[in-house]
Design a protein around this ligand. Sequence first.
Ligand SMILES: [Zn+2]
Length: 128
Amino acid sequence: MAKHVPQRMCIACRQMMPKQTLIRVVAGPEGGLRLDERGKLPGRGAYICKKQDCLNKAIGERRIEQHLKQRFLQSEVNALEKEMKKLIERETSPAAPPKDIIGRDAAGRTVRVIKRAAEKKQKHGQSK
Ligand SMILES: [Zn+2]
């Protein structure tokens, strides 16, 4: 039997998508907007595809506010847009820098070692 995949609707394109492929945005208890990367924050949530088009629509047409039935400060909306753009870029970029991936998953020491190696390389190139 096929495993059940929870589906949610994108507030911009109104397509049903597997939950993991959408970004969840949550209205915080104090009214702030929050990006819910893991889909676990409490509160009313709106789902948006990880696509620039859907992000533009959701923000430009104030779909997030409509969906959450709440008004948000422009600064909050801007901050959220920035965060989401970053997330979309990270998810869609086929050539994510490997040092980033290692740095995120491994211990702090590993990150430093890799960074130093990268710096060395750079210095080498400059001194030429
Ligand atoms: Zn969409």
